[in-house]
Design a protein around this ligand. Structure first.
Ligand code: SF4
Ligand code: SF4
Length: 123
């Protein structure tokens, strides 16, 4: 009787000898792409509380209170679209290259700054 080499063995042997297609994550992490949008950060000391980020946000996750100088952000709603960063006139919003981690609680970020004084208040 003629012996037949099982066809799957060719695939198994080829795959064993090939270079790995995956990385041993989390021990080896891939460097992020330069344009990646990760966690959103606000340098609130630069913020002028203009509200542009809030207006441009499609997920309604930013609330501004100009009188109180507060910038409130709901990261769990954020879709990392980058609209807020592009709309900010003073460039105080930036996305880091770190991706937000999964969370069990809906935590909000509340930052307090100093809104610029209005002309009539300066007098
Ligand atoms: S990245 Fe997009 S969804 Fe997230 S806060 Fe900015 S505008 Fe809103
Ligand atoms: S767009 Fe920029 S300056 Fe205006 S409220 Fe948002 S973070 Fe502040």
């Amino acid at each position: 009787m003629e012996y037949k080499f099982p066809p799957f063995l060719t695939t198994v042997l080829t795959n064993l000898l090939k270079r790995k297609s995956t990385r041993p994550y989390p021990y080896q992490k891939r460097a992020p792409y330069p344009e990646v949008r990760g966690i959103l950060k606000n340098q609130v000391e630069k913020c002028i509380f203009c509200g542009s980020c809030s207006l441009k946000c499609p997920a309604n996750c930013i609330e501004i209170n100009k009188q109180e100088g507060t910038w409130q952000y709901k990261p769990y709603l954020c879709i990392l679209c980058g609209n807020c960063e592009a709309a900010c006139p003073v460039k105080c919003l930036t996305h880091t290259t770190d991706f937000p981690l999964p969370c069990l609680e809906k935590k909000e970020i509340l930052l307090k700054g100093t809104p610029p004084k209005r002309k009539q208040d300066k007098k």
